[in-house]
Each structure stands twice: as structure tokens, then as C-alpha cells.
Ligand binder design. Structure first.
Ligand code: F6R
Length: 610
């Protein structure tokens, strides 16, 4: 998740304005930044690794000349943070500059064919193919807007781009599945990933839709519809809407807290993560398949993702995984594992010291280390033999939400890949599982739309309860544990996440009239046993809150509160969907108890102490 901005001013100097806008977009990514401007037929660029203020102190962005400019703050996806990977990127002749937010899925193929045609590349990014493609298109089309239109149908994946060239008369921007807004004022015209970029300049906003292109000049913004063949059709002018948000609200996308914003972002980041290249998964999967023992190490929510993955790997790939809590790893993992074992370390921050210690130790023992993380260039990546990146973007709320579902998506994709290699899944079956997985972004959208207000009411109903159980069987045990962790850390309510079948071996002793028990009960092969557990709790007068399939009348009938989930949600990957109402439950319980869910007490986003 990067931030982009483009501006065409009627007078004045654009660079200081772009720098300040980038600063307001820094919450979208902050590992490198850059600005390009154009004046008198020449493009000027300053960019580097690091935070915008530090780069500005070194390079002074404000000295860049001109009234047209583009800027970028990066959250690395392809290629580590470095000056060469920082945006803007240019063509061979330094005549075109581009900033991009999104992921180009077919960049490898595009890059190879551009190299064959004599183009030279300076970075490892997917973005750099864009200026080179435009360079070619400009040889046969008239004007930057036409050239941009011509190349966009060649790009698979997502993009929000802003482009300028040495003609110095316009700035062209376009989007597909990545956000892009236009801002209109008396002093200039702007495009940016998000509202905070514009706020001091204008509150008059136009939302650009997928496959629309805008050409900004000192005269205004002209909008075009892009045809599948790359032709541009002029659209009638759109009337801007006025945003009323304060800067603080705008950074949170209008939500009162980052956590709520991040819960709502889940469909999009999940879609981005499911775009991970098959070749990258294949590499991981083959390493896993070539080892006798597979262990996962992780902490907190990341541990819950690995716990869910045990079920996926055993049922989909026919492989048994040992899931170890990172801080316990030195005590539990046999020192004779050596090169027979592959370790999958999962950490959103890549800085959790327990996980780092565990893998240092296991590396010394000769184990192969595979890492799944959300943070490029984090400490954990330097210890890894291979890395897979989730595509959640920066998570600012202390509680992990969107990073959890993206970790699950990575692990689920891997389990399918390994399943195909081991022969547990035929090619056809694997394809079917992938189709099921790819439905989740849409399903999450509908869960968020349909369940948020119901869960909010449920939270209200149970808010005074001092203690909860969260129970699930099979893969839902991981979801239950994650639900309990969330409400514990945000609402400061005692909660135990437990395997439902195990609850009768002790925890049930606590249950008395009105004790709330949350059951995570998808309609999978564990459901008939869950019914028994529900009856056990009911007969002790517990209050039953159930997350179950929308068509599960029996469970609904037995429950005091029901949260109905889409009945077409795949059981193999159910935590990706079932965790969402539990995130809302924790969020609204925290709000109703008067706590700030973004900054729970005693917790830190990256825990760097043992
Ligand atoms: C819970 C939470 C923590 C982290 C844990 C591991 O909401 O955020 O439990 O999951 O500290 O962090 P990472 O994944 O960065 O290693």
C-alpha cells in the first residue's frame, strides 16, 4: 500500500506542496519517497530510501522547479527499499516519470519483452515497466493521455498511477482496483490515493472509477473512459463532492479508529495477497515438500494463523505441521532436527524478538527458514532462506486484523500448492480450492456489510459480562482463540479461546447462569460435535452466541444470539471469514467500555523484548 500524489498548479512551485501532501500520506507506507517535477522540457527527480522528512533534510525536495509534479511514498512490494527502487520511475530517455500504487502481476513478462526490445531497467520494481511501455506508445500515439490509455490494457493486476512527461503541459492519472481521487481548486488540480493529501488545498473531490483516466492541465481535469483496446472516450464532467472530514478523520478514511478502517480494508488487502505469483508459492511449496518435518513458529495472532494452517495442510496437503509458539520454540523443538526440517516463521512486523530468536536458534541447527511477513526488509527477512510477503500494507491499529487474514490467505494458497505437489489434490481439485479461496474478498465484503451492525448490538448486549469462552472445533479452534485474544487485548475482558471438545475437561466448571459462550460453528464436519457442546453449555444455563452458516436453523434456534455467515463460504478456509465478526465484537466491546482500540494498554505493535 503506497501513497501517490500528482499536482498541476496554475501558479507557484509544486514541489513543497507535493512534499507536504506526501507527509500526510505517510501512513500508507514510509520506506522510501520521491518527487518528480517538469520544467522547460526537463524532468527533475529527487528520491531515496527512508522517511520523507529525513530525505528532505538531505536532498531538499522544495528546490525542484516547476508547476507540475508527482510524488510517492512507498511500502515496498517488489524489491527492497532503496534509492533505485523508490518512485518515480523513468523511461530510457528520462522523458517520462511515473508513480504507482498497486501490483502488476505480469510485470516479469512485460519486463522481459521490453528488455528484448532494448530497454534498460534501473530498479527491481514492477512499476518500472510502465514508463518504458509509455515510451514505446508515444512513438505511435499523439499525447501522453492517448499513450497511457494504449498501454493500460497490457497491465494485469492493480494500479493507481500518475504520469508526467517532458512536454510539461499535463499530468495523466488512471486507476484499476487501487484508490485514486481527483481534487479541484482555484489554484490547481490534483490526484492522490487518499483525501488527506488534498485537505489543505481543497475539499472538492471526484472519485475516479476503475478504467477511467484523467488528464490534468492548468485548465482543469478531463475524464476519459478506457476501452478494453486502449482507446479513450471523453466523459461528461463529473460534479465534485465536498468532503467534511478533519485531517485526523481523513487519515482514518473517515472511520473513528484505524482498527475499524483496517477491518474494512480486509477485502481489498486479501485480494492483493491472493495475487501472489504462483511461481513464488511454488518455490516455497517445493521446499516444504522436500523436508520431512515442517514446523511453524509465530507469536500472538500470527501464531493463530499458523494454528489454522495446521488444519489446512493436513486436510488439503496431507502434511502434518508442528505449530510452535515462538517463545516456547527453544524448549520444545528437538535440537536434532537439523536439515530434515523446514521452519515457517510468520510475523507481520518481522521484528518480534521471540520469533527472531527462535529462527536464529533453528537456523544454527541447520533448519531451512521460510518467512511470511508483511514488512519488507524487516529483521526476520535477513534470516530467511526465502520470503513471502503478505500485502496488507501498514497496519497502524495495535491489534492485528487485516494482517491476520492476509497471513491466512498466504498459508491457504501454500497448502493448495503443496497439496498439488504431494498428489493429495488433482490439478482440477486444486483449481477448485483456489476458486473457493478467491471468493473470500467478496465474501468478506458481504460479511462486513451485513454483520457489522448486528455484532455491534451483540457487543452492547454482553458488554457488562466479566468473562467469556470462545469455543471452536477443528480449524475453528484457531478462530475462537483469535476472537478471545482480540476481546482480551482491546476490551480488557477475560476470555478463553479453547477447543470446544476440550471444554468439558475443565473450563465448563466456570459456567453458570448467564455465562457467555461464543461458538464458532461453520457447517463443516465438526458441526455435529459442536451441537453437543452447545447443549452441554445450554444445560448449564450459559448464554450462547453462535457464528454459524446462514442456513443453519438448528444452531440458530439453540442460540441466544446468532451471527449468520454466508452459507457458500468454503469450510477449508473458514477462519478468513469467521474472524471478521469477532474483530468487530472486540472493537465494539472496547468502544462501549470506553477504551481506545487503537492503543490498548501494555501492548506494542512490535514486541522487541524477550
Ligand atoms: C494481537 C497482536 C499480537 C501480535 C504478536 C506477533 O492483536 O497483534 O499478538 O500478533 O505480537 O506480532 P508479529 O506478527 O509482528 O510477529
Amino acid at each position: 500500500m503506497c501513497g501517490i500524489i500528482g499536482a498541476v498548479l496554475i501558479r507557484g512551485q509544486v514541489a513543497p506542496l507535493i512534499r507536504q501532501s506526501l507527509k500526510r500520506l505517510e501512513y500508507r507506507g514510509y520506506d522510501s519517497s520521491g518527487i518528480a517535477t517538469v520544467e522547460e522540457g526537463r524532468i527533475y527527480i529527487k528520491k531515496d530510501k527512508g522517511k520523507i522528512d529525513d530525505i528532505h533534510r538531505r536532498l531538499n525536495f522544495d528546490l525542484l522547479p516547476g508547476v507540475i509534479g508527482i510524488g510517492h511514498t512507498r511500502w515496498a512490494t517488489h524489491g527492497p527499499p532503496s534509492r533505485s527502487n523508490a518512485h518515480p520511475h523513468i523511461d530510457c530517455n528520462n522523458r517520462i516519470a511515473v508513480v504507482h500504487n498497486g501490483i502488476i502481476e505480469n510485470y516479469q513478462e512485460l519486463r522481459e519483452s521490453l528488455v528484448d526490445r532494448g530497454h534498460s531497467f534501473l530498479s527491481e520494481t514492477d512499476t518500472e515497466v510502465i514508463p518504458h511501455l509509455i515510451e514505446e506508445a508515444l512513438q505511435t500515439t499523439k499525447g501522453l493521455d492517448q499513450a497511457v490509455g494504449k498501454i493500460l490494457p497490457k497491465i494485469e493486476g492493480s494500479y493507481a498511477i500518475a504520469v508526467l512527461d517532458t512536454s510539461g503541459t499535463s499530468l495523466v492519472c488512471a486507476r484499476k482496483e487501487s484508490p485514486l481521487l481527483l481534487g479541484l481548486s482555484n489554484d490547481g488540480f490534483y490526484c492522490a490515493s487518499d483525501v488527506p493529501a488534498f485537505l489543505p488545498m481543497t475539499r472538492q473531490i471526484i472519485v475516479l472509477e476503475d478504467e477511467e483516466i484523467a488528464c490534468l492541465t492548468t485548465q482543469g481535469a478531463t475524464l476519459y473512459q478506457l476501452s478494453p483496446k486502449g482507446k479513450l472516450f471523453k466523459l461528461p464532467p463529473k460534479s465534485p463532492t465536498t468532503v467534511q472530514w478533519t485531517l485526523d478523520m481523513a487519515e482514518k478514511g473517515g472511520y473513528p479508529h484505524f482498527m475499524l478502517k483496517e477491518i474494512h480494508e480486509q477485502p481489498r488487502v486479501l485480494r492483493d495477497t491472493l495475487r501472489i505469483k504462483k511461481a513464488e508459492l511454488q518455490k516455497f511449496a517445493e521446499v516444504m515438500n522436500n523436508h520431512q518435518t515442517i514446523c511453524t513458529v509465530a507469536a500472538g495472532t500470527s501464531y493463530h494463523a499458523t494454528l489454522a494452517s495446521r488444519y489446512m495442510f493436513s486436510q488439503i496437503a496431507g502434511r502434518f505441521l508442528h505449530s510452535v509458539v515462538a517463545s516456547e520454540s527453544p524448549e520444545i523443538i528437538d535440537t536434532s532436527l537439523g536439515d530434515e526440517a523446514v521452519i515457517i516463521a510468520v510475523s507481520q512486523s518481522g521484528e518480534t524478538i521471540d520469533t527472531i530468536h527462535a529462527i536464529k536458534d533453528l537456523k544454527r541447527q541447520g533448519c531451512t527458514i521460510l518467512v511470511i511477513t508483511n514488512t519488507i526488509d524487516s529483521s526476520i527477512t535477513r534470516l530467511a532462506d526465502s520470503v513471502l510477503y503478505t500485502q496488507a500494507g501498514p497496519e497502524i491499529g495495535v491489534a492485528a486484523t487485516k494482517t491476520f487474514v492476509t497471513q491466512l490467505a498466504c498459508l491457504a494458497s501454500l497448502s493448495i500448492c503443496v497439496g498439488e505437489i504431494t498428489g493429495k489434490q488433482t490439478h482440477e481439485e486444486a483449481r477448485h480450492l483456489l476458486e473457493e479461496l478467491n471468493q473470500f474478498p467478496e465474501l468478506l465484503q458481504s460479511i462486513i456489510r451485513n454483520q457489522e451492525s448486528i455484532v455491534k448490538e451483540t457487543a452492547q448486549h454482553y458488554v457488562a459480562k466479566p468473562s467469556f469462552f470462545f469455543l471452536g472445533r477443528g480449524i475453528s479452534r484457531a478462530t475462537a482463540m483469535e476472537g478471545a485474544l482480540k476481546i482480551k487485548e482491546l476490551a480488557y475482558v477475560h476470555a478463553e479461546g479453547y477447543p470446544a471438545g476440550e471444554s468439558k475437561h475443565g473450563p465448563i466448571a466456570l459456567v453458570e447462569e448467564g455465562f457467555p459462550v461464543v461458538f464458532v460453528a461453520p457447517n463443516d464436519r465438526t458441526r455435529r460435535f459442536i451441537l453437543g457442546n452447545v447443549m452441554e453449555m445450554k444445560s448449564r444455563l450459559a448464554q450462547i452466541i453462535t457464528l454459524c452458516s446462514g442456513d443453519d436453523e438448528r444452531l440458530a434456534e439453540l442460540s441466544d444470539s446468532v451471527i449468520q455467515m454466508p452459507s457458500n463460504l468454503s469450510n477449508a478456509f473458514s477462519p478468513i471469514g469467521y474472524v471478521v465478526p469477532l474483530q468487530f465484537l472486540a472493537y465494539y466491546a472496547a468502544i462501549q467500555r470506553g477504551y481506545n482500540p487503537d492503543q490498548p494498554r501494555n501492548l506494542a505493535k512490535a514486541v522487541t523484548v524477550l
